[in-house]
Write a protein that binds this ligand. Sequence first.
Ligand code: SAM
Ligand code: SF4
Length: 328
Amino acid sequence: MSTLQDGYGRGIEYLRLSVTDRCDFRCVYCMAEDMTFLPRQQVLTLEEIQRIAALFVANGTRKIRLTGGEPLVRKGIVELCGKIAALPGLRELVMTTNGSQLVKMARPLVDAGVKRLNISLDSLDAERFRAITRVGDLRQVQAGIDAARAAGFQRIKLNTVAMKGRNADEIPDLVAYAVERGLDITFIEEMPLGDVGRSRGESYCSSDEVREIIASRYTLIDSAEQSGGPARYARLKEFPESRIGFISPHSHNFCATCNRVRLTVEGRLLLCLGHENSIDLRALLRRYPTDDQPLLDAVRAALQRKPLRHEFNLDEVQVVRFMNATGG
Ligand code: SAM
Ligand code: SF4
């Protein structure tokens, strides 16, 4: 049982840490084409990130996900993984990545103690992949997925943001790509974070629509499994070893079981993906370099203000921060 609880009695056992806002891709749903990234002094140092991780783990957090931006473009990331993975009491250290650096980094990540990976993959067509990521090279990512499979992670999951007119017609092929390799795959409904220069409603594809598309090729069997995150799962009768996940912030609100908070790379502790409420832990980290108690007091007080739920609206930008700054 977590010793960190919010005002609704939900235990906070899951911390998502953004280790950088930078990225080598510019995905259309995540960033604007011209992004300005944070100056270095506004970004937490690796030591500061490690200190926050240690504080949360000492107070009951069992799962940490490193994300970004692209976590693998941050210098020193493998060493940071090793230090966080060694924290006593942590059940698992996991990471979300775009896969572009995995050919060289998959094995060092396993050796450092990263247990599971989520790898984003929105298309199996090189041109479309380039159009969605604006700069990404599909073959490099697929080679990264192969390297991750060979490196010995406990589990690998692909993440796909489902979008009409961009990749919805590829959903059965993306499922086939995953299950034929023994991987899980999760489909995500696009969330309205940051102004990316177009209406999100145009391409919105609900999880129910994704399920219907998958059901045209496979037999879905609902499952009550949990991975400690917001996804609901199904399995395929034809490939029972893989899990098919659905993250549905619009159509099936997942807030009731929310067990997580996010730390941005600026040190803002975000209490909810869909709200701007946050506290500035960077200021406290720097004001009290050797005393964790003020940090812990601030975290506990902030958790009392964690919202009950998010309310996303497809055509309105209610949250001005982009996903890369949020730590998706
Ligand atoms: N760069 C890494 C990656 O792409 O996997 C990690 C960070 S990225 C922000 C984490 C996940 O958020 C990715 O799977 C991405 O597809 C997803 N994502 C980004 N912007 C999103 C949005 N507006 N709505 C839903 N998912 C989004
Ligand atoms: Fe980069 Fe990930 Fe955002 Fe794409 S989704 S721009 S890979 S941070």
